[in-house]
Design a protein around this ligand. Structure first.
Ligand code: NDP
Length: 450
């Protein structure tokens, strides 16, 4: 596949040292082979060359003062990747690991994910290399205000609508929105994931996690299998992981793990949801405090993880839900999952499995829902929040949840049927990438060379 090698080598030259971005591009382009072979219109219109280049990349300084009066400077990003299907849409991530390559990989994935939802949203992503851990509320507020002092001029309810991601939850969205309103004087749906008190949508908080479980249910149902009664492995303990765990319980399954940047909790009785929410949503503390409340559980510190692997995937369970971060499930983790009888993986996080792990999972014929399909419930519900804001309406929990379920079901059947059409039955990576690509690429062709 020469076009894959040519594209990656051109990107290495024009955008050096963006490893995660090359990884995301390579995965998508490899899946597109049958489409690009069968229909030369995409080549004639240079769609591949255009789709890997963001429409706009904004990088800015974020200076702020801590509680002791020290000045810090972080780097802020907003990558407006592709607007063929609608306003740029995608979250903001605050994490010390952030760099241009990570934001670009997330923005690139977002294009196809948003296309798959069937809604009118383009792809974008942003964030900063800011570490919110250990920062006071006042520090978080000053950082968010400084970040918005630059971002506000680039976003708007019909141009670019950011949301949350790692390190950006309801509190940060509140501070960002407040500063946007102060700077522009406008009260409008410029951010999603807002509080229910002032413009948020019911189910947005739960949507990514719930949607990821709905996706797993769809994969299982096609094989006449059920979720109820099964032990499930979940990584992460933030927004996505928490609501995967909540929905798993509602479906009669038993989530027995969760993790954070310090280690993994294994509770054979099932993760106690109340304790998890108290530790992570209220106290914002490390997971090892879980043991104080549940001495029967086990905490495996990061230092004790298997070499080249993550402890959570070495515990026995029927289904796996990676919900922490990129590349958190390696080839050796996949090998262990398969050997331990895991039957399905539904990805809540973005690109959590390494390419080598994905190859192995597909070869072993596990049911596998790639992140850009399985975690699209969050952005889809963000679009439902935008629709409510624009029409000044408020929908009930059931109304939004019903739409979320239907969107997840459509995403699943679209990816499954596209995979069958392109001779890769059961391969939802191929199905999701092709289905998303065709929608965006056809829109780009119709809109001319812009
Ligand atoms: P949160 O910040 O709420 O939670 C992230 C969780 O992952 C925390 O438990 C965190 O641990 C852990 N984590 C983050 N980075 C690392 C790391 N490098 N090593 C180990 N653990 C880590 O984020 P979300 O739950 O919102 O996001 C999780 C994933 O889901 C991300 O990949 C995100 O892009 C993706 N996603 C999120 C959506 C959303 O609606 N929120 C939508 C679609 C995808 P700690 O608490 O110690 O920091």
């Amino acid at each position: 596949m020469t076009y894959v090698n040519e594209t990656i080598s051109a990107l290495r030259k024009s955008s050096p040292a963006q490893t995660e971005f090359y990884q995301a591009v390579e995965e998508v382009l490899e899946s597109l082979h049958p489409v690009l072979e069968n229909d030369d219109k995409y080549r004639r219109h240079s769609i591949v060359e255009r789709i890997v280049e963001p429409e706009r990349q904004i990088i800015f300084r974020v200076p702020w003062m801590d509680d002791q009066g020290n000045i810090h400077v972080n780097k802020g990003y907003r990558i407006e990747f592709n607007s063929a299907l609608g306003p740029y849409k995608g979250g903001l991530r605050f994490h010390p690991s952030i760099n241009a390559g990570i934001i670009k990989f997330l923005g690139f994935e977002q294009i196809f994910k948003n296309a798959l939802t069937g809604l009118s949203i383009g792809g974008g992503k942003g964030g900063a290399n800011f570490d919110p851990k250990g920062r006071s509320d006042a520090e978080i507020m000053r950082f968010c205000q400084s970040f918005m002092n630059e971002l506000y001029r680039h976003i708007g309810p019909t141009t670019d609508v950011p949301a949350g991601d790692i390190g950006v939850g309801a509190r940060e969205i509140g501070y960002l929105f407040g500063q946007y309103k102060r700077l522009t004087g406008r009260y409008e749906g410029v951010l999603t994931g807002k509080s229910l008190l002032w413009g948020g949508s019911l189910v947005r908080k739960e949507a990514t996690g719930y949607g990821c479980v709905y996706f797993a249910q769809q994969m299982l149902a096609d094989e006449n299998l059920e979720l109820a009664g099964r032990d499930c492995l979940v990584s992460g303990s933030g927004n996505v992981a928490t609501y995967v765990i909540e929905k798993l319980y509602q479906c009669g399954a038993r989530p027995i793990t969760c993790s954070d940047s310090t280690g993994t909790i294994h509770d054979p009785e099932g993760i106690n949801l109340e304790t998890l929410k108290q530790l992570k949503e209220v106290q914002k503390t490390s997971l090892n405090a879980y043991l104080i409340h549940h001495p029967g559980a086990r905490f495996i510190a990061i230092a004790d993880y298997p070499e080249d692997g993550h402890a959570v995937w070495h515990i026995t369970g029927s289904l796996a839900f990676p919900c922490a971060t990129q590349n958190e499930l390696t080839r050796s983790d996949a090998e262990t999952l398969i050997n331990n009888g895991c039957i399905a993986i539904s990805e809540g996080a973005n690109m959590p499995s390494t390419p080598e792990a994905v190859d192995l999972i597909l070869d072993a014929k596990l049911l596998y829902g790639p992140g850009k399909a399985a975690n699209a419930g969050g952005v889809a519900t963000s679009q439902l929040e935008m629709a409510q804001n624009a029409s000044m309406q408020r929908w009930s929990f059931e109304q939004v949840d019903t739409q979320l379920k239907s969107i997840m079901s459509n995403i699943y059947s679209n990816a499954r049927d596209t995979a069958i059409k392109y001779d890769a039955p059961g391969n939802l990576v191929v199905g999701a990438n092709i289905a998303g690509f065709i929608r965006v690429a056809d829109a780009m062709i119709e809109q001319g060379i812009v």
